[in-house]
Design a protein around this ligand. Sequence first.
Ligand code: 3HC
Length: 337
Amino acid sequence: MRSSGQIEHGAAGVAPSGGETAASAGPDPREAEFQALIDADQRIEPRDWMPEAYRKTLIRQIAQHAHSEIIGMQPEGNWITRAPSLRRKAILMAKVQDEAGHGLYLYCAAETLGVDRAELIDLLHEGRQKYSSIFNYPTLTWADVGAIGWLVDGAAITNQIPLCRCSFGPYGRAMVRVCKEESFHQRQGFELLYALSHGTPAQHEMAQDAVNRWWWPSIEMLGPPDTESTHSAQSMAWGIKRFSNDELRQRFVDMVAPQAVVLGLTPPDPELRWNEQRGHYDFGQPDFEELRRVVGGDGPCNRQRAAHHLKAHEDGAWVREAAAAYAAKHAATTAAA
Ligand code: 3HC
């Protein structure tokens, strides 16, 4: 069943918890209660009153996140049939399945805000909701699976651990489970790259090539610079985001730069070096123009990813119809009993 609202990019939608008050004189006391919960670092739950803009921001972010998890299955799924051993194949299958599970938790979290998953998927197909830029890059070799685990999942965890403390309860709780699984994903990527890096010269070269291609897009996926981030200030004031894009970017670089040394691989950034004074790594300027292009639909695989998702969705229509028919039959039997 679909809700009636248009919820793309914060357009109007249904408000399960009352939404905005009708035009009335004076401030709404519920606004003060909401703000008191935020100020006390308490959680907002689906039945609590919330400002419409808070609800729309969450729907936008959670939907984008859910779509990313599902589209993110494509680049790695591409390697399941070509994994070099049974062990690697089993690990990769489990990881790709985990991503599907993350998508489902996240769609469920979005649904507690009064939207329907089917509606969100339609908006994705119409190009009115986004998914992460990072999944628009191709996986050219087996080493890319390792680079995705180490760098992409590494950036994802850096962003998602603070989201466990998101002020909206269902999103924060979904993130706890997601982060546990993502930590495993990052370690498997590190271990895979380590094996390649310490293998034959050809394997080492393959690992280095993958890191060369995934390094900058992973740094860029953490979002535009703070000066260009339209939502950060408000999302941080609401306790949805706990850190800005640039703060998380620095954290990510600080985590992976020493790991690269252990891997024996060289990040493609001549400016990367430890800065004793700052207590952080300095790094070069990411190509935010490229990020804008990829987010805008012009990355190497945008069209391919979107077309694949649409086809899988259409091919799966009979499964959804069968499940709905079964649920209706079951409900009728239960009602008659
Ligand atoms: N890809 C696509 N769009 C992006 C983006 C990226 N890497 N970074 C930012 N954007 C979009 C924003 O959604 C926003 O879109 P809008 O104009 O349509 O509203 C716009 O660019 C401006 O960016 P802001 O910084 O103002 O946006 P946010 O405050 O929402 O911050 C974010 C962006 C940090 C990605 C934030 O939305 C967030 O933390 N999202 C949740 C985590 C998430 O979605 N991660 C995606 C990867 S999931 C993953 O990697 C799965 C794992 O298994 C590997």
